[in-house]
Design a protein around this ligand. Structure first.
Ligand SMILES: *Cc1c(COP(=O)(O)O)cnc(C)c1O
Length: 428
C-alpha cells in the first residue's frame, strides 16, 4: 500500500473547514487511530484513493452500492437524466415509477412519501405515528440507529456508539423523555414497558435486523412479540429497513420473517447511490400526511429526478436479475465461511454474523445478541485486524459497530484475496 501522503494533506485541509474534516463522523477514522484514505473514484467492487491505492470495498458507501460502484446502466440513465435538468420541485412520472417498484417489493407500503435521507424517513415516520395515534412516547432499542433526529438520538448505535455519545448533547431532556430505550432482543423488557405505559406509546421503532451496533440478528420470538404487543395496545410498529431492506431478502426483514409492520422506512439502496429514502405503510395511516391529511412533511429536493432515476434503475436490476438475492447471499456466505475458517486456523475467537449480503465481525467468544454484548467484544483486536486489512488493500468500516456489505460486483477473486488477507490480519 502506498503511504497516505496526499490523503493526509487533504485531511488536514478538510479539518480547517469541517468538524473532524468530514461530513459524517465515522469517516474520520479516529476510532482506529489513522488517517482516512481520500477517495478519487470507484468502480465495481473497487475503490481508489488519491494516493494511488486500489482497495476491495466492503463499505459500499455504507450500504447503498449493492450493484457495485458506477454500474453502467445506472450511470447511463443518470447521464440522460442530468441533461434534462437536475431539479424541478414539481411532480414527475419518475416518482410514481419508483414508488410502484418499491411497492412491488414491499407490498406493506401501500402509500409512501419520498424523502432525501434515512434520517428524514424515520423522523417523519415517528411524526406520523404520533399524529395518527395521538400519543407521544416512542420505544426504541439500545444500539439501534435511526438517523440523527432528536427523538431518535437516544442510546443510538453506529457513529454515536463508536464515539461513545449514544445520547447526544443538544437533545433536550424533554425530547429524550419521550423516547424509551430498551435492550434489543429482550422480549421481557418489551412486555414490561407496555404493561407500565402501553396506552401512551405511539410506536415501536426497530431495525428488524440490527446493523448499527455491528450486525445483530433478531432472536426467533423478538419480532413476533413486537407485532403482537403493539397490536394489542394500539401502537404502531415501524420497521426501519434503511439498511436491511433489499439485503436480508429482496423484500427486507418483513419478507424474511413474515411480519407486516405498520410503517416501513427505506433508504440507502433505494437511491442507488444518490440521496433518497422513503417511508410508507397502509393507506389508512399514510392518508393522514399532508396534503391528504394534517400531518405536515415536505422537501424542496424530495423526489429529485436524478435520485429517482438511480433508484429506478437499481431496483429494476434487483427485480429483473434472476435469483439476485440468492446469488449475492451465496457470495457473502463464501466470504464469511472463509473468514471463519481463517480465524479458527489462527486460534482467534470471533463472531461473524451474516444476514443476506450483510456481515459483521466481533472479536468475542460469545454470541452477540445486543448492544452490551457488542460493547464487550475486543475493540483493540478489531483495530489491529482493520489496519492490517487496509494495508493489504481491503477497505472495511473502521468500527466493529458497523456492518459490512458485499455487492453483486464482488468477484470470486476479490473474495479469495479478502480471505487470504484475513489470514495475515488475524495473526497481526
Ligand atoms: C443509515 C441508517 C439511517 C440513516 O440514514 P441517513 O441516510 O444516513 O440519514 C437510519 N436507519 C438505519 C437503520 C440506517 O442504517
Amino acid at each position: 500500500m502506498n503511504e497516505l501522503k496526499k490523503s493526509a494533506a487533504a485531511f488536514s485541509k478538510a479539518k480547517k473547514f469541517m468538524p473532524g474534516g468530514v461530513n459524517s463522523p465515522v469517516r474520520s477514522y479516529s476510532s482506529v487511530d489513522c488517517n482516512p484514505p481520500f477517495i478519487s473514484h470507484a468502480r465495481g467492487s473497487h475503490i481508489y484513493d488519491i494516493d494511488g491505492n486500489n482497495f476491495i470495498d466492503y463499505v459500499g458507501s455504507w450500504g447503498p452500492m449493492i450493484l457495485g460502484h458506477a454500474n453502467e446502466k445506472v450511470v447511463d440513465a443518470l447521464k440522460k437524466s442530468v441533461e434534462r435538468g437536475t431539479s424541478y420541485g414539481a411532480p414527475t412520472e419518475l416518482e410514481t415509477e419508483l414508488a410502484e417498484l418499491v411497492q412491488k417489493i414491499f407490498p406493506s407500503m401501500e402509500v409512501m412519501r419520498m424523502v432525501n435521507s434515512g434520517t428524514e424517513a424515520t423522523m417523519s415516520a415517528i411524526r406520523v405515528a404520533r399524529g395518527f395515534t395521538g400519543r407521544s412516547k416512542i420505544v426504541k432499542f439500545i444500539g439501534c440507529y435511526h438517523g440523527h433526529s432528536d427523538s431518535l438520538l437516544v442510546n443510538a448505535g453506529s457513529g454515536a456508539a463508536t464515539f461513545g455519545v449514544p445520547s447526544s448533547p443538544g437533545v433536550t431532556a424533554n425530547t429524550a423523555q419521550d423516547t424509551i430505550a430498551i435492550p434489543f432482543n429482550d422480549v421481557d423488557a418489551v412486555k414490561k414497558i407496555f404493561a407500565e405505559c402501553g396506552e401512551k406509546i405511539a410506536a415501536v421503532i426497530v431495525e428488524p435486523v440490527a446493523g448499527n451496533m455491528g450486525l445483530v440478528l433478531p432472536k426467533e420470538n423478538f419480532l413476533p412479540t413486537l407485532r403482537e404487543v403493539t397490536k394489542k395496545f394500539g401502537a404502531l410498529l415501524i420497521f426501519d429497513e434503511v439498511m436491511c431492506g433489499f439485503r436480508v431478502a429482496l423484500g427486507g426483514a418483513q419478507e424474511k420473517y413474515k411480519i407486516k409492520p405498520d410503517l416501513t422506512c427505506l433508504g440507502k439502496i433505494i437511491g442507488g447511490g444518490l440521496p433518497c429514502a422513503t417511508y410508507g405503510g397502509s393507506a389508512e395511516i399514510m392518508r393522514n400526511v399532508s396534503p391528504d391529511g394534517k400531518i405536515y412533511q415536505a422537501g424542496t429536493l424530495s423526489g429529485n429526478p436524478l435520485a429517482m432515476t438511480a433508484g429506478i434503475e437499481t431496483l429494476k436490476i434487483l427485480l429483473d436479475t434472476p435469483n439476485f438475492t440468492e446469488k449475492l447471499t451465496q457470495k457473502t456466505s463464501r466470504l464469511v465461511d472463509g473468514l471463519k475458517e481463517q480465524a479458527k486456523i489462527s486460534g482467534v475467537a470471533v463472531q461473524i454474523p451474516q444476514a443476506g449480503s450483510m456481515f459483521g465481525i466481533f472479536f468475542s467468544e460469545r454470541e452477540i445478541t445486543n448492544y452490551d454484548d457488542a460493547c464487550a467484544a475486543n475493540q483493540e483486536k478489531f483495530k489491529r485486524w482493520f489496519k492490517s486489512m487496509l494495508e493489504q488493500g481491503i477497505y472495511l468500516a473502521p468500527s466493529q459497530f458497523e456492518t459490512l456489505f458485499v455487492s453483486i460486483a464482488h468477484t470470486d477473486e476479490d473474495i479469495s484475496k479478502t480471505i487470504d488477507a484475513a489470514s495475515t490480519a488475524f495473526t497481526a
